[in-house]
Design a protein around this ligand. Structure first.
Ligand SMILES: Cc1cc2nc3c(=O)[nH]c(=O)nc-3n(C[C@H](O)[C@H](O)[C@H](O)COP(=O)(O)O)c2cc1C
Length: 240
């Protein structure tokens, strides 16, 4: 897709409201309707997201789009591994997403999202079996009709992960602009060997994360989760 340098849609207030809405209405949706997503919508979303900047225009993103049988096959093999603790233990994340040691304030924020999500679903703190089952819903892409798997060339470095994040945000925001919802998913990293096997991903590439894409099911309680954000003055220092 070429960069659009057409004049921005008018009026300015409507443009600001539309862009801000697409960004701020994004949230992680964890239950989807079976309504299919047209292929041209998926292609348009990826084309818009590919306008993300990247250091020296490296464009580190590579995307596998799964629907129908291909998605069901991946879900089945990963879920079979997820439910068997001994097998799951043989699958390890390939790159470190979360801190090795959880300290304040990240620890409290992490606990709150877990507590709030499982609370909505009526899953008690001690109910490890139901938590595990709910976590397993990741691998069904929360029933979304489209599953995305993002991979990166292993030769690329930390900076490319920064670029990749901008691309991922672009995918999620462009999806909102089309009435679609998403859930980015680090959960898939653990099962990169299964993913690589099914999608013929070469050894020179690794799985960055997955993402569910589809129409949110508004009737599902997990989709009523609203997460907090710190106010600007809590994370910003103005100088001068
Ligand atoms: C890279 C990335 C990976 C994530 N992995 C998962 C995941 O595996 N499963 C899940 O349910 N949510 C996952 N999330 C969603 C976060 O929990 C969520 O973004 C956060 O709690 C803020 O909520 P919001 O997205 O609704 O604003 C992930 C988010 C990001 C950015």
């Amino acid at each position: 897709m070429t960069s659009s340098r057409q004049p921005a849609p008018q009026p300015q207030e409507a443009l600001t409201a539309a862009v801000d809405w697409a960004i701020t209405s994004r949230r992680s949706v964890r239950a989807f309707l079976p309504t299919p997503v047209p292929r041209d919508a998926i292609e348009a979303i990826l084309a818009v997201a590919s306008r993300a900047p990247s250091g020296t225009n490296t464009q580190p993103w590579k995307v596998h789009v799964l629907t129908g049988e291909a998605k069901a096959r991946l879900t089945a093999e990963i879920l079979a591994a997820h439910v068997d603790a001994a097998v799951a233990a043989t699958h390890q994340d390939e790159w470190i997403y979360y801190p090795r040691e959880w300290v304040s304030p990240y620890l409290e924020r992490r606990r709150k999202i877990g507590f709030d999500l499982y609370g909505l679903l009526g899953i008690g703190k001690a109910d490890k079996a139901r938590m595990h089952q709910q976590f397993g819903r990741n691998y069904a892409f929360f029933d979304a009709p489209v599953g995305l798997i993002f991979v990166i060339d292993r030769v690329l470095q930390q900076g490319s992960f920064l670029d990749y994040g901008m691309f991922l945000q672009g995918v999620m925001v462009a999806a909102r602009a089309r009435g679609l919802d998403t859930c980015p998913q680090a959960a898939f990293m653990q099962f990169h060997r299964i993913i690589a096997g099914q999608l013929a991903i070469p050894a020179t590439e690794m799985v960055v994360c997955g993402m569910s894409l589809g129409y949110a099911d508004p009737s599902r309680v997990e989709n009523s989760l609203h997460t907090d954000r710190e106010p600007v003055d809590a994370f910003t220092t103005f100088h001068g």
